[in-house]
Design a protein around this ligand. Structure first.
Ligand code: SF4
Ligand code: FES
Length: 250
């Protein structure tokens, strides 16, 4: 099988406070069957052999479910494969001789820590502001004990597919977290377990988005275009409706 030689331009930044810059590397003998992160592993093995510091990047499950991998590849969060995380992107999407730029998520609420790693703790703060059901509900009820309308159950499941990667923020020119928060608001507003805290949840999560410094949504839909789990921007519309409802009903 033919292998590829690729020209990489990678963001290197030694610490959060040091300036960063794009550094060129050559990746040789790249198999089209490698994942993008495996290709970076091979580049790093070469750097370690030369006693150079390896490129630091976030990843965990490598199965598209944890939301850790976070690279902007050729200007697109998670790269060119729609509906896919970086860890599920394969090198067959590229051609021999291609130049590939690799950068961290760019958003003020996601400060760069080192190289390609950013601090996404702001998303955890948003969840802590109400993105969960706080009451103890005891053991799991029988599946059919609480009736849920079918379309509500399916829409809630689609919203729950969010893995908290933050690509939606990185893709948005306003660095808005509206898709991430909208997904959580929708998921819980559509299920009976989320109803008791429905109004306070949307009020506190929306207020914290502003306080942290995420921008407003201006309906660009860039978030939906890069979301690896195809979370729909209709969740942002539902978040707005929920917010107005919370103002009216308290
Ligand atoms: S909405 Fe999509 S892009 Fe945004 S954090 Fe969730 S999975 Fe990632
Ligand atoms: S490493 Fe877990 S989603 Fe990519």
């Amino acid at each position: 099988m033919d292998t590829m030689t690729l020209h990489l331009l990678v963001w290197r930044q030694p610490t959060a406070t040091n300036p960063g810059r794009m550094v060129p590397y050559t990746a040789e003998h790249v198999s089209p069957d490698m994942s993008f992160l495996e290709m970076l592993d091979v580049v790093n093995e070469g750097l370690i052999k030369k006693s150079e510091p390896p490129i630091v990047f976030d990843n965990d499950c490598r199965e598209g479910i944890c939301g850790m991998c976070s690279l902007v590849i050729n200007g697109v969060p998670h790269g060119p494969d729609r509906g896919s995380t970086v860890c599920q992107l394969h090198m067959r999407k590229f051609k021999n001789g291609d130049t590939i730029t690799i950068e961290p998520w760019r958003a003020k609420p996601f400060p760069v820590q080192k190289d390609l790693v950013v601090d996404r703790g702001a998303l955890d703060r948003l969840i802590a502001a109400g993105g969960y059901v706080s009451v103890s509900t005891g053991g799991a009820a029988d599946a059919s004990a609480i009736p849920v309308q079918r379309d509500h159950a399916e829409t809630a499941m689609d919203a729950a597919a969010c893995i908290g990667c933050g690509a939606c923020v990185a893709a948005c020119k306003n660095a808005s977290a509206a898709l991430f928060v909208g997904a959580k608001i929708s998921q819980l507003a559509l299920l009976p377990q989320g109803h008791p805290e429905r109004a306070s949840r949307v009020r506190s999560m929306v207020a914290l988005m502003d306080e942290i410094g995420f921008g407003n949504c201006s309906n660009e839909a860039e978030c939906e275009a890069v979301c690896p789990k195809d979370v729909s921007i209709s969740n942002i519309a539902r978040m707005r409706r929920e917010y107005i409802r919370a103002l009216l009903v308290g």
